[in-house]
Structure formats: C-alpha cells, structure tokens
Design a protein around this ligand. Structure first.
Ligand SMILES: C[S@@+](CC[C@H](N)C(=O)[O-])C[C@H]1O[C@@H](n2cnc3c(N)ncnc32)[C@H](O)[C@@H]1O
Ligand code: SF4
Length: 470
C-alpha cells in the first residue's frame, strides 16, 4: 500500500484503460449529487438545519457563494447557469433582490459566525460595474462579519473581456485576493467557432497585473475538445498559458450535451475533434502540464507545487466542493442568488434555478429554496468515502471500521467485488487494509468513487445527465 503523499507524485496516461472506462459519471462536487435533491425539502428544513448548525458547541465558520448569472454575449459551448442580456436593468433588478436574500438568510445565523471564504461565480460576475460590485460587497459586510485577515479566501470568476487593470485594482480594494480567468483556448479559429473572441495577450497582461496588485492566486480555465481544436493549436495554447505561470489551471473536457444546453446546437458537430483526437488532447494536456512543473490535483485541476492546493494534497487536507477542489472544509456554505446551493449541517439546499421563480420567491418575502436533501447516516458514510477517493486517492478501511463501527468488507460486499475488478484492471491497488488509486487510475478517479455511490443506477448512467471522461 502506498502512502497518501505518493498520490500527489504522479499521473500516468493509459489510453486503453481510459477507453475501457468511458462511461458518463458524476464529478462529485457533492455527494449525494444534485440529482437526489427533492422538492419535499423546503425552507422549514433549511431553517432547521441552520438552527442545528448554530447550536454546535463551536459553530463552523461560514463560506458564501454568490451566483451572478448574467453575461454580455453567448459562448456556444457554455454549460453554466447563465442569462445572456445587454439590458442593464435586468442586472439592477437582480441585485436589489439579492440584497433582500442576503439579509433574510443572514438573520437566521448566529451573528458571531465569521465568513472566511467568499466566492462570486457565474455567469460573469464582472458583468456588473465596479460600483455595483462594491455595493454588493457592502451589503454582504452589513449582514455578515467578513474576515479581512490575510488568511481570507475571497475569489471571483472573471471573463477577461469585461475587465481592465483598473477594474482589477478595484476588485483588490474590495478584498478579493483570488481570481480565475476564463480563457478556454487562445486560437482565433477555435474562438470564432465558439463565439468567444478574446486577445490572448490582453488576457496574459491581466494575469501579470493581477500579480503586481497582490492577488495571491491566479487561476486560468481552458477547455479541450472544442470545435476546430487540433493537437497543434492546443499545444500552442498550453505553451502560451503555462509560460505565464498561473498558480492554478482548470483544463476541462468539453461536455457536449446539446439536448440540455441549447446554445451548443450552434456548434457544428463535424468540427468537433474525434474521440481519438480528444484522447490525444487529454494526453497532450497531462504531458505538457507535468513537463511544465504543474502538479495534477485531480478532475481537470492542476497547480504549481508551491500552491496551497498542491500542499493540501501532499498533506492530506484537500477537499472538494461545488467550486472544485478547496483547502477549506470546516465551513457551512450559504448559497445566494439564482440556482445557488447551500451546504449546512448535513443538508444541501438549492435556490430556484429559474430566474423568474427565484425572483417571485424573493418578492413574496420567502427564502428562495427550490429543493434539497437532508443527509442520513448512510449518505454521510459514503460522502466521506467518496471525498477520500476524490481528494486523497485512497481509503483506509481500518480507519472507517473504527469511526463507523463496521466491518468494511462485510458492510460493502458488492463494492468490494467491484473494487477487485478495478484492482485487476489497474485503477487501484487493493489489500485488506485499504485501497490506493494508482497513477493510471488518477485520471479515472470518479469511476472509483462511483463504486460507493448508492444512488447510481445503470439507468442514471445511460440518461447522460453526467459528462463523459473522454
Ligand atoms: C462561469 S464560467 C467562467 C467565468 C466567465 N463567465 C468566463 O467565461 O470567463 C466557468 C467555466 O466553466 C467552463 N465551462 C463552461 N461550459 C463548459 C462545458 N460545456 N464543458 C466544459 N467546461 C465548460 C469554462 O472553462 C468556464 O470558464
Ligand atoms: S462561458 Fe462564461 S461568459 Fe461565456 S456564456 Fe458561459 S458563463 Fe457566460
């Protein structure tokens, strides 16, 4: 059995193994996944869980996620929850309602609970101008004690087409110390095919400026598998980006699901790379990033070795949440805005996903909760196992036997036989003490996690609710 730290040392691209396991599956930004949320969970349940969290001997600190759904123009590939508009009054109305939700939810929490993590996601948060963003931060400060110490993690997703160095300065003054820049691909042909034209050098200049302004983590999003992408063009994108040394990189596999995301129908399927090329693009990405000194964190995420994520992975303190990987797990998460998800004291609660329903609920004086889930003890056990696989790449069976008073192999007979198959295939090493994901298995982490997902029926996989590995 390898140790936890060996998990962070290597990742091996094994095309045969990846092809054999090419079925769709959840990305486990939560377990149970949002497919299990149901409308029987309402605001009364939400309030009850908040009360439980306030009554803890030491209530957990808070993390706020604020969803800002608007974008100025439509990127055809986009699978995010967004609304494209050029009408500024839509944004203004949204902010007014958001102020109400912020205050209404804050009133339910013990006022001493500090916010140590804040994330503005979208859509495009920088759709709003500096004054609007400053107003939003003031509302948050009025309702919650925001921790402005150096340890804070205040992050914001940025579409580089919407900011300039002055705007970055303004975000820094508001307290943001982490940014992620959406780039996707720097090749003009690819940019045209997805309706997102942005000059790479302007983006890279922003990255430089962000460093000078003291942002302590800069992350870049890329996507492989986009139309007109070739191995050559994507190698150039990777070269250009890695030379600028962002602290983190998220390199997503393009999830083409035009039956769910209408705008993806604008993409010519004949221009999409073949399955074989996608596999080669994935291999190129792993090879290029590791050669450039980046550490593979898991599930499309890479970081420089000295970045906090890489250190957390080495020390076994990595966690996974709705934004991907994180070094903080102890917080209760409050989701604000349309579609936002909260995670508070063993429950998940999601706001209305449609702008109209969210607006109507806020206007009616209600908490805009659409659906959710109270986790039972079995969910919590499996959640912990899945987190351990996704973040540490290992499970120590004896640890679970002590913590949950179970005999691991007796408790999980079906799972053990599936694990034996995965061990025979080379995804994991398995013995009586535990499992360890191999360097080839690291690209198939979610498949190992899927073994412990109680809700995953064969039908769920076929429904294509989830994206594929390649
Ligand atoms: C909310 S967006 C980022 C912020 C900003 N709106 C922007 O585009 O720059 C989050 C990221 O999700 C990724 N993404 C969106 N649609 C995707 C898809 N269909 N498949 C894979 N990744 C996708 C993109 O990398 C995008 O940067
Ligand atoms: S990728 Fe970003 S800017 Fe483009 S449509 Fe999606 S959320 Fe909006």
């Amino acid at each position: 059995m390898q140790t936890a730290s060996s998990h962070s040392q290597g990742v091996r691209f094994d095309a045969d193994l990846i092809q054999r396991y090419d079925v769709s599956g959840p990305r486990y930004t939560s377990y149970p996944t949002s497919v299990q949320f149901h409308e029987g969970f309402d605001s009364a349940h939400y309030r009850k869980h908040i009360a439980i969290s306030n009554d803890e001997l030491i209530p957990a600190p808070l993390s706020l996620y604020v969803h800002l759904p608007f974008c100025h123009s439509l990127c055809y590939y986009c699978g995010c929850n967004k609304k494209v508009t050029r009408n500024p009054s839509q944004g203004r109305d949204y902010l007014k309602r958001l102020a109400k939700e912020i205050a209404r939810k804050a009133a339910l929490f013990d006022p001493d609970r500090e916010v140590i993590q804040l994330h503005f996601g979208g859509g495009t948060p920088t759709f709003f101008d500096d004054d609007q963003l400053a107003q939003l931060v003031r509302w948050l400060r009025d309702s919650y004690p925001l921790d402005y110490s150096a340890q804070r993690e205040f992050s914001i997703e940025i579409d580089p087409r919407t900011v300039n160095p002055q705007r970055l300065q303004c975000l820094a003054e508001l307290g943001f110390n982490r940014i992620s820049l959406g780039v996707q691909d720097t090749d003009p042909e690819v940019q045209q095919a997805v309706n997102r034209v942005q000059d790479a050098h302007t983006t890279l200049h922003l990255l430089e400026v962000a460093r000078e302004q003291g942002f302590n983590s800069v992350s870049i999003d890329l996507i492989y598998g986009l139309p007109r992408q070739t191995l050559r063009s994507f190698a150039q994108t990777l070269e250009l980006i890695t030379r600028a040394r962002p602290d983190r990189l998220a390199i997503y596999n393009y999830a083409h699901m035009p039956h769910i995301f209408r705008s993806q129908r604008m993409i010519k399927e004949t221009e999409l790379p073949s399955a074989e090329t996608r596999l080669e693009l994935m291999e190129l990405t792993i090879r290029h990033l590791t050669a450039a000194g980046y550490v593979y964190i898991g599930m499309d995420h890479f970081a420089l070795p000295e970045d906090e994520l890489s250190r957390a992975q080495r020390d076994g303190h990595l966690h996974r949440n709705f934004q991907g990987y994180s070094t903080r797990c102890e917080c209760d998460l409050i989701g604000l805005g349309v579609s936002a998800i909260s995670k508070i004291s063993d429950c998940f609660a999601q706001n209305h996903k449609e702008l109209n329903s969210w607006s109507a609920a806020v206007d009616a004086g209600a908490l805009p909760i659409w659906r959710g889930l109270s986790l039972n003890p079995e969910d919590l056990l499996r959640q912990s196992l899945i987190d351990s696989i996704m973040c540490q790449g290992r499970v120590d069976f004896t640890d679970y036997e002590h913590r949950y008073h179970i005999d691991f192999t007796d408790y999980f007979p079906t799972e053990m036989s599936r694990l034996a198959q995965q061990a025979a295939d080379g995804l994991i090493e398995l013995d009586e003490d535990g499992l360890q994901v191999t360097s080839s298995g690291r690209l198939l982490l979610r498949h190992v996690a899927m073994v412990f997902d109680q809700y995953l029926q064969p039908q769920t996989l076929q429904l294509k609710r989830f994206s594929r590995v390649i």
